[in-house]
Design a binder for this molecule. Structure first.
Ligand code: ZN
Length: 145
């Protein structure tokens, strides 16, 4: 399972990602189809399918990383709130979404229903240079490299 898991492979740096933060236990990187610029994912490096099965210290570490990203997003994007959620869809490896909320409907928009209520229409990708800019801006949440 873990050999073919997309997020396990990103955690092991077998696949590229716009990496924002990592330590021995977790990795934060940009979502390739961001709801808003800066939309980040935080994963445990170990393969866990469901967030409710994460050990408490690991879940706390993910939340603490999300808090740092949220504070940085508020500074960069001037948003009032940042959303943190797990959905458990697309990749069966627990991942927390951190999304700067420019609009109260950002994470519940009917834009995601274009493929019908049983589907989920993923947002478009950003240009590569914009993704690199966002990566540099958000990395500052964790201090200088
Ligand atoms: Zn995995």
């Amino acid at each position: 399972m873990t050999e073919t898991c997309l997020f396990c492979r990103i955690a092991k740096a077998e696949l590229p990602a716009h990496r924002l933060y990592e330590d021995d236990e977790i990795l934060a990187f940009l979502d390739l189809h961001p709801i808003r610029a800066g939309h980040a994912l935080i994963i445990p490096k170990a393969h866990h399918v469901w967030f409710e099965d994460l050990p408490e210290d690991l879940a706390t570490r993910i939340t603490t990383c999300a808090q740092a990203l949220a504070r940085r997003m508020k500074t960069i994007y001037g948003v009032e709130r940042v959303s943190l959620f797990y959905t458990g869809i697309h990749v069966p490896h627990a991942h927390a979404h951190v999304v700067p909320m420019h609009d109260v409907h950002d994470v519940t928009s009917q834009a995601y229903l274009q493929d019908g209520p049983e589907g989920y229409s993923i947002p478009p990708q950003l240009p590569a240079d914009r993704m690199e800019q966002v990566t540099q801006e958000l990395r500052a949440a964790f201090g200088p490299d």
